[in-house]
Design a protein around this ligand. Sequence first.
Ligand code: FES
Ligand code: FES
Length: 160
Amino acid sequence: MKPKAMQLQINGQTHRVQAAPDKPLLWLLREDLALTGTKFGCGAAQCGACTVHIDGAATRCCVLPIQALKGRRITTIEALDQSRIGRALQQAWLDEQVPQCGYCQSGMLMAAAALLAEQRRPSEVQIKAAMSNLCRCGTYPRVRAAIERAATALQAGSTT
Ligand code: FES
Ligand code: FES
């Protein structure tokens, strides 16, 4: 498709972009806006490396055309620390030393943030169901522990 002028709401700001309407959001973020925290893994909505929030819901954006996003609220890993849940997760990720190579971790954090926004105290089953992102390094047990730690901190009010 030919490039077209569009407005998108990303991380609380309006971005005016000139891009093909069928361009996947992942590539608009990375190539046009230099928001490179969102990663490319499979390109087929399978691995979760490219997870962002669309109106608060965890969404894989590698096959999501920007024309579907008019008027929608897009949040990327770069704005994770703008919410209390995001900051609690960042601290828990540090405390549990979750990442190994780190490649999948921004997608993991965005999926975890969407989960905690929905479920303040998710069960192990709910965590497993929500966290379908793939990690080649096998950080799954630490991801689960960090989500539980963040949920506890949020409930205890010991987060900023
Ligand atoms: S890169 Fe999007 S799900 Fe794998
Ligand atoms: S930490 Fe290496 S792929 Fe997940």
